[in-house]
Design a binder for this molecule. Structure first.
Ligand code: XIL
Length: 392
């Protein structure tokens, strides 16, 4: 046998070994498997999670969700699907329920991917959060063309069609996403000077159109205004003004979605104050945490606006102290959410670190913002929130 053939034989044997171990994962191994000598010493404390540890911990408080991208190919046998079924009670489509995905051309609908996700969720008793009916990103140009009346008719038809399609299946919709400006000195403040604002004839009216159409199509789903940076006081003040204006005029809104894309330097008290301020001003509104993640980098504002002065990448070696701080922050947040009865849903923006959008935003850099690592192992953050006695 030449050297190449011998190497090939060795590789094949190795593959068979891993296939055997893979088959046995999570199940009791047959006795004969004791004969297989493990190649690696067992890890001292393997990070495992009891079935239902995460969603069970918050069962009487709120649903626990994760955003799922197409990359995860939700099929019954994948590890991601297994994690979702065991640990999560809510799913958000990371992209496939956005206008660009659902209706790439006017009057043309592509529901197949979203329906597959809904079917998976229904088959496994997991609730679905809808994201998002209106945004200034990931939306085809045709939405913004024509007179304000044409824009209104088209938007209302789209929302009617989509909400009707998912009627009874989606428990909450982000009806409008990111309509509040980041800049209090904008002439349009508190509204974002977006393509929607402009297409509606330089007016906020499109927000009313969206909520009214959604309510008419499904009286039972919860309707949300969703935005980021509600943990900062300026943005929060502007958001509260927008919500107050809607409520004062009887526009149907049920709750505020706090994206809570946080980083280690974010202030937990302020993230919780965002909920308290909604509670104090608007009795009866509910709060959802819609896109929670905690970047391991503490970037200055200019990193997000221009990609300048971003924190240096950890590469593959994120320090243990950072992972511990992240776990503590997750615990403080979840404990705070659980103490606030108006919080009905808390969703992570992704399942595993490798799938997070933060690997590419605001700059390309490995990030570690979620509860599971790339090998689908629970991180300290998972243990910290699912077991309050776990010592971080
Ligand atoms: C992001 C997705 O995670 C990415 O995959 C996509 O390329 C861009 O959008 N706020 C939102 C989400 O409301 O829809 C965004 O999701 C992240 C920021």
């Amino acid at each position: 046998m030449n050297i190449n053939a011998r190497l090939r034989l060795k590789l094949l044997a190795g593959a068979a070994f891993f296939a055997l171990v893979g088959c046995g994962r999570g199940k009791e191994l047959p006795l004969s498997s004791a004969a297989v000598v493990p190649l690696l010493p067992p890890s001292p404390s393997p990070p495992t999670a009891a079935d239902g540890a995460l969603k069970g911990q918050y069962e009487s408080n709120f649903l626990v969700g994760a955003a799922i991208g197409l990359a995860q190919k939700i099929q019954a046998e994948t590890e991601d699907a297994d994690i979702l079924v065991k640990q999560f009670s809510s799913i958000t489509a990371e992209n496939i329920m956005k206008p660009q995905s659902l209706s790439p051309a006017e009057g043309v609908y592509n529901f197949a991917d979203a329906d597959a996700l809904v079917n998976f969720s229904e088959a496994n008793g997991i609730a679905i959060r809808g994201h998002t009916l209106l945004w200034h990103r990931q939306t085809p140009d045709y939405f913004f063309q024509g007179t304000p009346i044409e824009v209104k008719d088209r938007l209302q038809k789209y929302i009617t069609d989509v909400v009707t399609h998912f009627k009874g299946k989606v428990y909450a919709w982000d009806v409008v996403n990111e309509v509040v400006t980041d800049n209090g000195s904008d002439i349009t403040a508190p509204y974002r000077n977006s393509r929607w604002y402009q297409a509606a004839g330089n007016s906020k009216d499109y927000i009313d159109w969206a909520f009214e159409a959604a309510r008419a199509a499904d009286p039972d789903t919860k309707l949300f205004l969703n935005d980021y940076n509600t943990e900062t006081s300026g943005k929060r003040t502007r958001l509260l003004a927008v919500v107050k204006d809607l409520i004062d005029r009887g526009i149907p809104i049920d709750g505020v979605g706090h994206q809570h894309h946080l980083q280690l330097s974010s202030n937990v008290d302020q993230a919780l104050k965002a909920i308290d301020d909604v509670d104090a001003l608007f009795s009866g509104l509910i709060n959802h945490i819609t896109e929670l993640d905690i970047s391991v980098y503490s970037d200055p504002g200019e990193c997000f606006s221009s990609g300048e002065n971003c924190a240096t990448s950890y590469g593959d070696n994120v320090p243990e102290s950072v992972i511990n701080d992240q776990a503590q922050m997750y615990r403080d947040l979840f404990t705070g959410f659980a103490a606030r009865p108006s919080v009905k849903s808390v969703s992570l923006w992704g399942l595993t670190d490798d799938a997070s959008w933060l690997n590419g935003f605001p700059v390309e850099r490995p990030n570690y913002p979620l509860l599971y690592d790339k090998d689908r192992k629970v991180k300290k953050a998972f243990q910290a929130v699912s077991d309050l006695n776990f010592v971080i």
